[in-house]
Design a protein around this ligand. Structure first.
Ligand SMILES: [Zn+2]
Length: 194
């Protein structure tokens, strides 16, 4: 979470500087929304929560989603989102979207192996999941489905709040350094663009 927010700060400052853009709180907020929430790959948390907490219980349906990764597919997500931003808004916003969402996918891929997860970087060409842990590791798709079934077994005990908390990583030294650096970069760009 903090890393996604800091990534948004860095991407906003760097690409706004390169593009010669003026300071804009709106564009800063949009970039953080691309790297963190809600216009990021984690947009899929919305149907995840609505389904699990509201819609399924409302109809007395027992099913619960065990993963919210409905749109965590970098190739189509980045392609469609970047083209849409370019087409309807601007090249500058398309750049902010592309790098913001890319940073989110990269961060989601940096998982310890015990989480046995990862991202389907090559979907729709290949469904295996890739994660970065001392190099690029591959998790075969069938193993991931098995992992999801295990997760689903405990899903009814987890509340929406538990899901949010599980994404709320503690601030370690590296995260703190990255956060401070990102705020400094923002401050430099703010001063330069006035
Ligand atoms: Zn994510």
């Amino acid at each position: 979470m903090y890393i996604d927010i800091a990534s948004g700060f860095v991407i906003y400052a760097v690409f706004s500087f390169i593009c010669g853009a003026e300071w804009s709180w709106l564009n800063l907020a949009l970039t953080v929304s691309f790297s963190f929430f809600p216009f990021s790959p984690d947009f899929d948390l919305i149907p995840f929560f609505l389904g699990n907490e509201l819609i399924f219980p409302l109809f007395g349906i027992k099913f619960r989603f065990s993963s919210h990764h409905f749109i965590h597919f970098p190739l189509p997500f980045l392609l469609i989102g970047t083209l849409a931003a370019f087409w309807w808004i601007s090249f500058y916003l398309a750049l902010l979207f592309f790098f913001g969402a890319l940073a989110h996918f990269v961060h989601d891929s940096c998982e310890p192996p015990e989480k046995k997860s990862g991202i389907q970087w090559l979907f729709p060409f290949r469904r295996d999941l890739f994660y970065f842990h001392g190099g690029i590791q591959v998790l075969p798709y069938k193993n991931w489905k098995q992992h999801l079934d295990e997760k689903r077994r405990g899903a009814e005990k987890r509340s929406a709040w538990d899901e949010v908390k599980s994404r709320w990583e503690p601030i370690g030294v590296n995260t703190a350094i990255f956060l401070i650096t990102s705020v400094l970069l923002l401050a430099v760009f703010f001063l330069l663009s006035r």
